[in-house]
Design a protein around this ligand. Structure first.
Ligand code: SAH
Length: 213
């Protein structure tokens, strides 16, 4: 499958939609305009790729809604070279955006099928995360900690302590917290045991599950 002018045009419109919903970070918007989202979905669903909607991918999971991806990424305040941990690689769409922003990305996925598929797919498009890991994101990634920021892209019933502990001082954790509906939550590490907490609106994600599968 290719990335044609038609796709680019549709993508530009999608970026406008996301912007009109309140995303202001130009780097994030520019990043979205560069990533061929239709290639992250199964070919039969091409028509849906440039609507601002989540969509089913393999293993009963979803590719997140572009607005949600932009919202979470904006909260991360990514700087070039930042070491970022992502929980829930899924299709790799969010991973690709972090790569485009110049971050060193580590991403964990608990579904083996998705892990394998995305591990091959991302480099085929030229996106090179530092490392994709098949594992349980509740544990974070101790061997590579601390991180400038951590992003969770599945609905977390609780805030995993391990993730808070793997942030640098000044580091940011963006995590949707809740069962059926999640509140987007930002934690900023202010000191060894001090965290500032900010809450944003409600979002819906597939659940963050324990252990790998
Ligand atoms: N960022 C992805 C979102 C995929 S949906 C995208 O836009 O495509 C959330 C993903 O989190 C799913 O792929 C799911 O398998 C994964 N997941 C759920 N619980 C997890 C855990 N404990 N550790 C790692 N990945 C997890």
């Amino acid at each position: 499958m290719k990335d044609t002018f038609k796709h680019k045009g549709l993508r530009q419109k999608l970026v406008e939609v996301v912007k009109n919903k309140g995303i202001t970070d130009e780097k994030v918007l520019d990043g979205l305009s560069k990533i061929p989202r239709h290639l992250f979905m199964d070919s039969g669903f091409l028509d849906h790729a440039y609507q601002d909607k989540a969509f089913p991918i393999a293993a009963d999971q979803t590719i997140s809604q572009p607005y949600t991806v932009a919202f979470q990424t904006e909260l991360l305040q990514v700087k070039k070279g930042d070491k970022i941990l992502e929980i829930g690689t899924g299709s790799g769409y969010q991973t690709a955006l972090l790569c485009v922003l110049g971050a060193q990305v580590f991403s964990i996925e608990r579904q083996q099928e998705l892990f394998k598929k995305t591990s091959k797919f991302l480099p085929s498009l030229g996106y090179r995360p530092k490392k994709l890991i098949f594992g349980d994101g509740y544990k974070g990634l101790k061997t590579e900690a601390p991180f400038d920021s951590i992003i969770v892209t599945a609905g977390a019933p609780l805030v995993p302590k391990a993730l808070l502990g793997q942030l640098k001082i000044g580091g940011r954790l963006v995590i949707p917290v809740g069962d059926q509906v999640q509140t987007m939550t930002l934690f900023i590490r202010k000191g060894e045991k001090e965290f500032e907490q900010h809450e944003f609106g409600e979002f819906r994600f597939v659940p963050m599950l324990e252990d790998k599968n």
